[in-house]
Structure formats: structure tokens, C-alpha cells
Write a protein that binds this ligand. Sequence first.
Ligand code: GAL
Length: 380
Amino acid sequence: MKIFSVLVLLLLLSSCNAPETKYISFNPGQEWLDNNGIHINAHGGGILFHNKKYYWYGEHKIAGEVGNTAQVGVHVYSSNDLYNWTDEGIALEVDESDSKSDIAKGCILERPKVIYNTKTKKFVMWFHLELKEHGYDAARSGVAVADNPTGPFVFIKSVRPNQGYWPLNVQEFHKRSVSDTIKNSYCGGLGCLPAHVDSLNILGRDYENGQMARDMNLFVDDDGKAYHLYSSEENSTLHIAELTDDYLSHSGRYARFFANRYMEAPAILKNSKGKYYIIASGCTGWAPNPARSASADNIFGPWTELGNPCIGQDSLTTFHSQSTYILNVQGKNDAFIFMADRWKPENPIDGRYVWLPVYFENDKIHLKWTDKWDLSVFND
Ligand code: GAL
């Protein structure tokens, strides 16, 4: 009898251990547990595929008011099947010892993305960085490197991109002198600019000290060239900028698109026809808004807007979420997953993930809500 009770107790105890959740589908908007039974903590994330494994990097959020500031760093998870994720720890830690560091604990570190450089054999992470206690004024980009996909990543520097370079599609008026009022007019986002940002020439204002860079993404093209896409010019205009061969700096070749459209959260894909697509959001902070889409035959444009890619119910709020990345599913043709965040500003750690398949129809892309789906949708 005694042995029996001990056995029952042991059985009970083992079932109390973190459950081995085996997912066989995506469940957009639901809690998504890692191998330890804990909701995945990788917000504003992106994916790297390396040596047959996917790595998911994202903002590690915490509970409560300060949860949207960087108290911990960038979290990384790994997966073989995209449904089940193993916690690989903190890939890049914020600096706890030096409050003057660019990435001091309490800074804002958003939308980290990682790419692999085949020449240097380094993993390169870029992210949107705002300096501690300066709100969203700094509008900088940080870069860190590692020898392994799970880190540790070492912070190298933060920059305002393309300092002293004009974009490929610069217009003459940008090069005219900028008035002192405009020079001192850092205002931090939507609401403080007129509808026509070009009348202020924010690009010209920031020419000497580097362009503003907030919501961002990275993209490696088939020829190995990497690009940094970021919301610039007080979020009014998207810049697409080439990185140097080591991916650690901006090469100075860049172009500006969607002027005055206030596009944020840019995500990009290139399909097997060689067409590039961007999905982005409007500019309403943590609140969702209708997504935008655009396509181009060349990464440096011209880009053509295609409208809101979402169809059906909740299409005006991007299904209550905001884009963060478009993931290329390996081993299948033109299989892409739209990844988005359902932010919870009151309790950021509980933010949910919305992953949906991307459908191509007549040279446009569409996103449709589905409660549950799996990779077999890409077999048709
Ligand atoms: C969003 C942006 C997020 C975060 C937030 C802060 O528009 O996409 O990454 O910066 O604003 O309010």
C-alpha cells in the first residue's frame, strides 16, 4: 500500500512538472508555451534559419508599467518545426553595470532582427534603440554580433544611419539649407508634423548627424547583400538602406519611400518570381491600425502601394495586431508566414503573437484570419 502511494505521488509530481506541450498547429492570438510551459517572450521578433533550425529573437518584456522598456534584453528560442520552441535564453543582455551605456538597463530596445554573414561567419543583430530616459527622441539603430545563433551577442555601437549621405532618390530641395527652427524641431512622432513632411525637409535636417531610425527590419537578398528598412524622418517616411559587406554598418546607398505615409513596423519578403513585397502598419503606437502592402521589382523601387492586405473580419485592425516579420518557410515554394504582435501595453509580457499564411493572388498579397492552421496550407 505504502509503495503504491509513493508511486502515485511520484506520478503526480512528474505530471506537475512543466508539461511537454507538443503543438501541431499555429493558434494565432492564443498563449504560446515554450518547452518549459512558459508563454514565449520574444515580442517585435524576427526569425533566422541556420543549420536546419529556426531561431526566434524578440524583445523580452516584463509585467507591469516598465514592461516595455528593456530590463533584460533580447530573448532567443529555437525550433525545428516552427510550432514548438525551446527557450535558449537571453541572446543580448542589457548593460546592468554602466548606466551610461547605450544599452543600459531601462533603455528602449525594440524589434531586434538577426542575420548571418557567410563571409565573416558572424551572427549580426540590429535593433531600434532609444537611450535610457529620453523617451523616443534618440531614434537610433544598435548593432551587436555573436559567433553562435544563441549568443552571447556583444554590443558594438549605435548609430543614426547614413550620416552625410543623400539617398539615391534625393530631390534638389532636400539639399537647400534648413532653417534653424526646423533644425531644432525634434518632436518624436506623429502629431507634430504637417501632412507634408517634405515642406519641413527632415531629411536635410538630419543629413549631417544621421537619419532617424525607429521601427525596422533586415533583409538578406539572394546575392548576399543585406538591407536595413526603417521608419525615418519622424516616422513619416520609410528608408531602405544597404549594409556594408560585413553587415555592421550602412554603406551610404539608400532610398526613401512612402513619404508622408507614416509607415511603421515594416516587414519584407521576396518571392520566387523575384518580386519584393512589404507589409507595414500605420503609426498609432501600441494600438492596431489597418496594415498596408506594397510591391516592387527592385528593392530600391519604384514601390507601388497595394492597399490593406487583410481581408474579412478585423481587417481594419490587422486582426488586432501589428506586423513584425515575414518568415520564409524552408523547403516549400513561396511559403511565407506573416508574423505580428498583439501588444498588451498594460501588461507587455502577456502580448500575443499572430502568425498567418501569406496568400499571393494576382500579384497582390492577402492575409486572412484563421483560428488554427498548419504548414499543410502551403502544399496546394
Ligand atoms: C509602435 C511601434 C512599436 C513601439 C510603439 C511605442 O508604433 O511599432 O515598436 O515603438 O509604437 O508606442
